[in-house]
Design a protein around this ligand. Structure first.
Ligand SMILES: Cc1ncc(COP(=O)(O)O)c(C=O)c1O
Length: 361
């Protein structure tokens, strides 16, 4: 079979020094996983999943629904002070499933330029017009809102996955109120970490009543898999009827749902872990490194090393020192903003971090 059309594109990736390869997780010190609180690393959900079935037999609309899922959705909605919640199989599915069907033809979606790929992909699947606004730029958003037609949706992350900075959510919510726009916030990297109990930035700021929808993912600080869309009962009812990413897929099995419910029992209580994380964040932010560090008060810390070759070499130096730090290459991030994306965890020690700082100094 002639597969030249594949080989050509792969060769191009290699020429750009942007070729991606799968590799196994290592025993090096973890400065790259999303397991912010160590729930997965320390196997804290082991007991919660015992005696739960591992098989799933169909879509939620066929045989995949059960009391455990619905109870877990209610528990999560209550924890996050929302009227209702609907579990999706991943954060990617939640974003694509929501954004492809809620904004409709004639509507406008304004989304932060640095939004996660799943947000852009969801919009591409839908029929509404969509425009990005400059990252965290209220003036640009405001200008674009004036020109927007139909129902207007504003989409942002609360903590940005690549830069680790936070959205100016209060200002964005006020603008949405002023323009009757629907605010959608992806809390993937705030869940478990931001707020006294890890409830996320929206609740930390008391903005839950001003959000049309929130997305919390379970594959990061919660150490499991899946995501929830929080909103009104009408929104969840609508998604059950129109969201293709919800309808046309096999439901998560009971064992996964039990892990999610277990995570909601565990993470709100991990106060010491969040406090230690904060100390590590402060330590890293105050350290001097050879490369430019982005300002971030979250566990995601970026060190900008322009050029795919240069950033790969820096990651390699970390590896040689038994530090697992990953390079984020163009085209995942714009050219000249290639970076080491350093993720801090509650299980990293100050000594671990000082070692990393020494390699970068
Ligand atoms: C902001 C954001 N939203 C959504 C997702 C997707 O979540 P999941 O990994 O559960 O598919 C990610 C994961 O990388 C993310 O960073």
């Amino acid at each position: 079979m002639n597969e030249d059309f594949l080989h050509k594109k792969i060769a191009l990736r290699k020429e750009q020094n942007a070729y991606r390869q799968l590799r196994f997780a290592t025993t090096a010190i973890d400065f790259c996983s999303n397991d912010y609180l160590g729930i997965a690393t320390n196997d804290l959900l082991h007991t919660a999943v015992q005696h739960h079935k591992t098989g799933s037999t169909g879509s939620r609309l066929l045989t995949g629904n059960n009391e455990l899922i619905e109870k877990t959705e209610a528990l999560i909605a209550s924890f996050h002070d929302a009227a209702a919640g609907l579990i999706f199989n991943s954060g990617y599915d939640a974003n694509t499933g929501l954004l492809s069907c809620v904004p409709q033809r004639g509507d406008t979606v304004l989304y932060d330029y640095l939004s996660h790929a799943s947000i852009g992909d969801g919009l591409r699947l839908g029929l509404a017009q969509s425009f990005s606004f400059l990252h965290n730029d209220i003036n640009d958003l405001s200008k674009k809102m004036v020109a927007a037609k139909g129902n207007v949706f504003v989409v942002t992350e609360s903590v940005f996955s690549m830069d680790g900075d936070m959205a100016p959510l209060k200002e964005i919510a006020a603008l949405c109120r002023q323009h009757n726009a629907y605010l959608i916030v992806d809390e993937a990297h705030a869940t478990g970490v931001t707020g006294n109990k890890g409830e996320g930035l929206v609740q930390y700021l008391g903005l839950q009543q001003q959000c049309f929808a929130r997305i919390h993912t379970f594959g990061k600080a919660l150490g499991c898999h899946g995501a929830v869309v929080l909103g009104s009962t009408a929104l969840c009812d609508y998604l059950v009827n129109f969201s293709r990413a919800f309808i046309y897929t096999t439901a998560l099995p009971p064992v996964s749902i039990a892990a999610i419910a277990g995570a909601y029992d565990v993470f709100p209580l991990l106060h010491n872990e969040r406090a230690h994380l904060q100390n590590l964040i402060d330590l890293f932010q105050s350290a001097t490194t050879r490369f430019k560090k982005l300002h971030s008060i979250t566990p995601i810390q970026s060190v900008i090393i322009p050029g795919n070759a240069a950033v790969k070499a820096a990651a390699e130096r970390c590896w040689q020192n038994n530090l697992d730090v990953r390079a984020i290459l163009y085209p995942t991030v714009p050219k000249e903003s290639e970076r080491l994306r350093i993720v801090l965890h509650s299980f990293n020690t100050k000594d671990d971090l000082n070692r990393l700082i020494a390699v970068l100094s």
